[in-house]
Design a protein around this ligand. Structure first.
Ligand code: NAP
Length: 340
């Protein structure tokens, strides 16, 4: 397994070179992979595994996602089953329900996790916060994680990096199975982690820079520019459009120091100085955030919100308010101008 130097820290990363699909197929040749839940991850992972020649079935309750699975070619009673039936038939149970759904139906499926089977997660959530989720696997099965580092749509379209972890290795083959699953879902490379590190990192990241902090930072700058008399289009362009359209793709391609080196000297000096101001301002917020993740407080909030019967309508209202705010309406107008 290659050891890669990440800025002074040596980590092990597995690529398709060390673990080609052929090897993954060999490892899982006698397994029936049951993908439980046909949400964004379940859909992408099951289709990739099927296209890659693995023996896959889907377990999904009747309703919208069941219809989506049929549309994608899964055939009832052949490779599309109720959740219970798929858990009975599968030898590797990939528990890809929403995290709240995993808690809700655990009591109904755990009896199918018999000796010799493997339980696989796409996230450390249910296991790490088992004091709240009550997802406690039997001791005589392998428990692994194959967690893509991106949304299902990209897992399906082009494959993304993934991390793997082992929680229980009863057979001595847990690692091989986790790596084979990661490759079967078209992961570009695989990072080694633990259930805890994965879920703490993921919950912090999505609340932080990936979505929450990014949205909050954008709102703060936009509001200040508007207060100081800038037009909505100017405030939006200086806050969002230039960042997402122009700069982030360049940072993605070349790194941050390149970005600093390739903006005007005016921008360069100011950005280099203000970077420290912003870092200092938000460091205490990130500390508070990580503490809240680690203590399980974030999990409590998520489980309570997601299991509320009016979750979807409350969410729709919240998102409508965001979409109807001046800033994001200005965004719609700016985006339309791209195509004139
Ligand atoms: N989304 C990501 O970017 C991402 C990335 C990596 C890992 N993951 C992890 O992958 C897992 C799946 O996430 P996801 O984003 O694919 O979730 P999702 O789209 O919300 O999937 C929901 C699935 O769970 C089912 N479900 C929910 N509650 C249920 C219940 N009470 N009983 C039976 N079925 C229920 C849904 O069925 P219905 O449609 O019938 O409600 C649907 O099949 C999670 O552990 C998540 O953390 C997600």
């Amino acid at each position: 397994m290659p050891k890669i130097n990440f800025g002074g820290t040596i980590e092990r990363v597995i690529t398709r070179k060390e673990f080609p699909l052929k090897k993954a197929r060999q490892v899982l040749k006698n397994e029936t992979i049951a993908i439980i839940g046909y949400g964004v991850q379940g859909q992408a992972q099951s289709l990739n595994l099927k296209d890659n020649g693995f023996n896959v079935i889907v377990g999904q309750r009747k309703g919208k996602s069941w219809g989506k699975a049929k549309k994608d070619g899964w055939a009832p009673a052949k490779n599309l089953f109720s959740i219970k039936k798929a858990c009975q038939k599968g030898t590797i149970i990939c528990y890809t329900l929403s995290d709240a759904g995993q808690k809700k139906i655990w009591g109904k499926i755990k009896k199918y996790l018999t000796k010799g089977k493997t339980l696989s997660f796409a996230h450390g959530f249910s296991i790490v916060y088992q004091d709240q989720t009550e997802v406690i696997p039997p001791e005589d099965i392998d428990v692994i994680m194959a967690a893509p580092k991106g949304p299902g749509i990209l897992v399906r379209e082009k494959g993304v990096g993934a991390s793997y972890a082992i929680y229980q290795d009863v057979t001595g083959k847990a690692k091989q199975k986790a790596l084979a699953l990661c490759m079967g879902i078209n992961s570009t490379c695989i990072y080694e982690t633990t259930f805890k590190k994965e879920v703490y990192g993921d919950l912090t990241g999505e609340r932080g820079v990936l979505v929450g902090a990014m949205a909050g930072l954008m709102e703060a700058q936009y509001n200040e520019l508007r207060k100081r008399g800038h037009t909505p289009s100017e405030a939006f362009n200086e806050t969002v459009e230039e960042a997402t359209r122009n700069l982030i793709p360049l940072i993605d391609k070349n790194g941050m120091e390149w970005m600093f080196a390739n903006c005007s000297t005016t921008a360069q000096r100011g950005a280099l100085d203000w970077r420290h101001e912003f870092r200092k301002a938000v460091e205490p917020v990130f500390k508070r955030l990580y503490d809240s993740v680690e203590s399980g407080h974030e999990t409590k909030i998520v489980l309570k919100a997601n299991s509320s019967p009016n979750y979807r309508s409350k969410l729709a209202k919240e998102l409508k308010e965001l979409g109807d705010s001046e800033m994001w309406k200005a965004g719609k107008a700016v985006r339309q101008l791209r195509y004139l």
